[in-house]
Design a protein. Sequence first.
Length: 148
Amino acid sequence: MPARQPKTLQRPTGAFIGASWAALFVGAATYLFGLWNAAMALNEKGYYFTLLMYGLFSAVSLQKSVRDRLEGIPVTGIYFGLCWFSLGLSVALLGIGLWNATLSASEKGFYAMGFLMSLFAAVAVQKNVRDVALLAGAADDNGDTVGS
């Protein structure tokens, strides 16, 4: 098996960085706005809020673990498996909660899309933050500035 060639890291474009942050903000804000205005008990609101936070954390943690492994940074199998399990569990729990909720189909879709959009955007934001930080570190090592 041939050795893996190191990849050249390119800085994400400003448009991609902005779109990622905008998607994260819009997805999470609309989900939370809907939750704030929902006619449900406070414990139900807490359940859906906790699922959003758990989902965001598990998505970012999984993305970081995948990236660490690709870069040769050790990640234990148990942690990697827990990341996958946590992400799947958060999506499954949202699905179960929405399936059993007394909400209209459009409201259920609203929450599902806000949740999934937030998870995807959190992964993109974390990737961008890591890429920019790595490039800044490489630039510092070389005495250059990022983008030159």
